[in-house]
Design a protein around this ligand. Structure first.
Ligand SMILES: Nc1ncnc2c1ncn2[C@@H]1O[C@H](COP(=O)(O)OP(=O)(O)OP(=O)(O)O)[C@@H](O)[C@H]1O
Length: 301
């Protein structure tokens, strides 16, 4: 496998703010990967460093084996969609889509048209007058239809409602399957996107605190559900990574259990259920935004 993204000791400081600190990781070509972390953790700065939009204070960023800084050749193969995208004055949705093929060699106009219908994007409206969700939809359309070999999506659907977000996940997976490429997605809605992600990078206070295959990460912990009293009794003396109590029912996430420990938990009246990726990330970063509805749904599944 060839590394398509590499960071070596990558550091970005804004005065006394350590936005990205000594980050070293690499991503192989192909796959949908998550860059997760709390507000202000350094996700946007990391993507800006990897796309040459910020200069590193120390260390090195490489894409396609080259520095991205002022590297038009490498950046032609990259699409970076961010929520705070600034458009020229008077630009309408249709102007964004018309100019996209200038920047993206693999732009698929027919797919873009399908996405416009899927997200009900108002192409005749000036970008400045669009709602937050409509602007997000335009970003998502460009991000998907660009088919760029390396696509960075920085909370691209922050303004989209739940139905539109689900449509985005479905379309991303469908199009990725037909046209494999490398996608790096930053999001707070970890459980929603969890099933898409192959690799997970978690950044906390500028530092990479988790760099793992998503399935391997899930296998490092187990969620146990049962009567609150039984759960609490079981938890005594164990490291609990995440804890939820709802009425008389409680769940805890504990570090990987052996088969014997699982049997002991079962005979203590506790049921093992799939671990929430979000729960794991929360436990390592001290509290990423929680989507309790999604979390409860996943835990009861
Ligand atoms: N141009 C800048 N000048 C000073 N500080 C900055 C600048 N850009 C980012 N920062 C700071 O660097 C840190 C990381 O910011 P960044 O935008 O990368 O975080 P983020 O993880 O994308 O956050 P969010 O999820 O809230 O968008 C924050 O503390 C932020 O205030």
């Amino acid at each position: 496998m060839t590394a398509i993204v590499e960071a070596t000791g990558l550091t970005k400081r804004f005065g006394r703010v350590h936005a990205v600190e000594d980050a070293t990781f690499s991503l192989d070509e192909g796959g949908i990967h998550g860059l997760l972390g709390r507000n202000g953790a350094g996700k946007t700065t990391m993507m800006q460093l990897l796309t040459g939009q910020e200069f590193a204070t120390e260390g090195e960023a490489r894409i396609f084996g080259e520095s991205p800084v002022e590297n038009a050749h490498a950046l032609r193969r990259v699409c970076f969609i961010k929520e705070s995208q600034v458009y020229p004055d008077g630009f309408k949705g249709k102007h964004v889509l018309r100019s996209a093929p200038w920047f993206f060699d693999r732009w698929d106009a027919a797919f873009a048209e399908r996405l416009v219908r899927a997200f009900n994007a108002p192409l005749d409206r000036p970008m400045k007058k669009m709602s937050r969700g409509q602007r997000s939809a335009i970003g998502v359309i460009v991000g998907l239809a660009s088919r760029a070999e390396l696509t960075f999506l920085d909370e691209p659907y922050a303004g989209l409602d739940a139905v539109a977000r689900q449509r985005f996940y479905d379309l991303l997976l469908e199009d990725y399957t037909a046209h494999p490429r490398t996608v790096v997605l930053s999001t707070h809605l970890i459980d929603e996107a969890a099933n898409l992600l192959q690799r997970v990078l978690v950044i906390d206070d500028g530092r990479i605190v988790i760099d793992a295959d998503a399935d391997e990460l899930r296998a490092t912990a187990t969620t146990l559900v049962g009567r609150a009293a039984d759960v609490e009794a079981y938890a005594v003396g164990r490291e609990v990574l995440d804890r939820t109590t709802l009425g008389g029912i409680a769940s805890i996430t504990v570090a990987g259990l052996s088969a014997e420990e699982r049997r002991a938990a079962a005979s203590a009246g506790l049921e093992a259920s799939p671990v929430s990726l979000q729960g794991l990330v929360v436990s390592r970063t001290g509290g990423v935004e929680h989507d309790d509805a999604t979390k409860n749904k996943e835990k009861s599944a």
